[in-house]
Design a protein around this ligand. Sequence first.
Ligand SMILES: NC(=O)C1=CN([C@@H]2O[C@H](COP(=O)(O)OP(=O)(O)OC[C@H]3O[C@@H](n4cnc5c(N)ncnc54)[C@H](OP(=O)(O)O)[C@@H]3O)[C@@H](O)[C@H]2O)C=CC1
Ligand SMILES: O=C(O)[C@@H]1CCC=N1
Length: 261
Amino acid sequence: MKIAIIGAGEMGGAFAAGLLKGDLFKAEDITVANPHENKLQRFKQLGASVTTDNKAAVTDADFITIAVKPKVVKTVVDELKDSLDYDGQVIVNMAASVSIVQLSEWLEKDGKVPEIVQALPNIGIAEKASMTFLSPAPQSSRHLSQVEAIFNSVGKTHIVEESLLSSGTALSGCGIAYIMRFVRAASEAGVELGFEADDAKNIVVQTMQGAINLLNANGGNPEAEIDKVTTPGGMTIRGLNAMEQAGFTNAVIQGFKGCLN
Ligand SMILES: NC(=O)C1=CN([C@@H]2O[C@H](COP(=O)(O)OP(=O)(O)OC[C@H]3O[C@@H](n4cnc5c(N)ncnc54)[C@H](OP(=O)(O)O)[C@@H]3O)[C@@H](O)[C@H]2O)C=CC1
Ligand SMILES: O=C(O)[C@@H]1CCC=N1
């Protein structure tokens, strides 16, 4: 099984890095393509095949992942169209806000389109911890289980209707940034409370790790975990209420929704 990744930026690069940490693909069966060679060196050093030629990248690939900026997708499709095997290869599009209808129109050749699966991961994929939303085009389910297996090897997957993809991207793709912003805010609080910046950040990260482990172990209800921490009349409730007075829940909801405006 071979995979080509077109675009070695933040997303394509993170995907390549995650796949190279796994054992689903042999390193040489992962081909990473990018116009500037400097972004390819680290993958070459890890044994991946690298090229600045998109057409060369897709030769023999079973799965072709498009990880360029949305406005570049059509250019890439136009370039690759004549090199694609419409019966055997699967196009996996990671570009947000490019629809199956658009991709199908751009890819259409003699009335045919290849199998297309929309895949919206997050950069946690570099550490095999992505939350990836998958949405196959109609009549594109032949290789869906293989696509699912690929993304399950670098995190978790959720198959959704295309109409839910942008919501998934908000929660997961953009969500990484929102969670990092929480880490920054909590770390700044830690500095104000007397810790060195690095110590504060490490304390916040370890505390988040504890919260994640508790959620995973105890059935995943955050309110139940909050109740265990919150002594009546104690410190935690004063902090929680102060956060809400400052608009915490509303700010978080507005942030996740705001990216869709
Ligand atoms: N970043 C994220 O967290 C997420 C991103 N996405 C999606 O992933 C896509 C890529 O985003 P991101 O990685 O952040 O963007 P980047 O700008 O970091 O990466 C895009 C890459 O595409 C390369 N590129 C440009 N033109 C071509 C071309 N014609 N052929 C091949 N490669 C090309 C660029 O090369 P160079 O810079 O060397 O010119 C660059 O390395 C976007 O469509 C985005 O919506 C989806 C989910 C999450
Ligand atoms: O900011 C963006 O548009 C992309 C989509 C999800 C994460 N990054």
